[in-house]
Design a protein around this ligand. Structure first.
Ligand SMILES: [Cu+2]
Length: 162
């Protein structure tokens, strides 16, 4: 009898622990498409869409291999301190969970010269710590044009407000 009660109690405690662990289910998955052409502007080729994706710490970004031949690779000097670099396989979906707030610049390895690049912003405490450093990174021709667009969008959308 006593043993039964204890077991029952343990089951209830285990259930409560599962409920407490549930906030992980609230973590969102945000998609960034890897595309040969922008459906909204056919002149724009080899793009990540959206160009700027905002996440909360602990969220996942899914790079979706909608068109083949692309990947995602973090850019040197464009990650928050303590964040890990990444490089995905060509033509494969890639899930990336980010826990360190800040600015993350990335590119598509084979299309760097064509300016295939993008920005992830992870909201949270310390988000602005690497903003100046990332903003100060200089790129080559096509890449720089896209980064000019990225920063213009960041400012227009008020994404610097934590
Ligand atoms: Cu590409």
């Amino acid at each position: 009898m006593m043993t039964f009660e204890l077991n029952r109690r343990q089951v209830i405690l285990a259930g409560a622990a599962m409920l407490l662990a549930q906030p992980s289910l609230a973590q969102q998955v945000h998609t960034v498409e890897m595309l040969n052409k922008d459906p909204d502007d056919k002149k724009r080729r080899m793009i990540f869409r959206p160009l700027v994706q905002v996440l909360e710490a602990g969220d996942t970004v899914r790079f979706a291999s909608v068109d083949k031949g692309h990947n995602t690779e973090s850019l040197k000097g464009m990650l928050p301190e303590g964040a890990e670099k990444w490089k995905s396989k060509l033509s494969k979906d890639f899930d990336l969970t980010l826990t360190v707030p800040g600015f993350y610049g990335y590119k598509c390895t084979p299309h760097t010269a064509m300016g295939m690049t993008g920005l992830l912003i992870v909201k949270g405490e310390g988000m602005m710590n690497n903003y100046e450093a990332v903003r100060g990174v200089k790129h080559k021709s096509r890449m720089q044009k896209v980064w000019d667009q990225i920063w213009a969008q960041v400012e227009a959308d008020g994404l610097l407000n934590t």
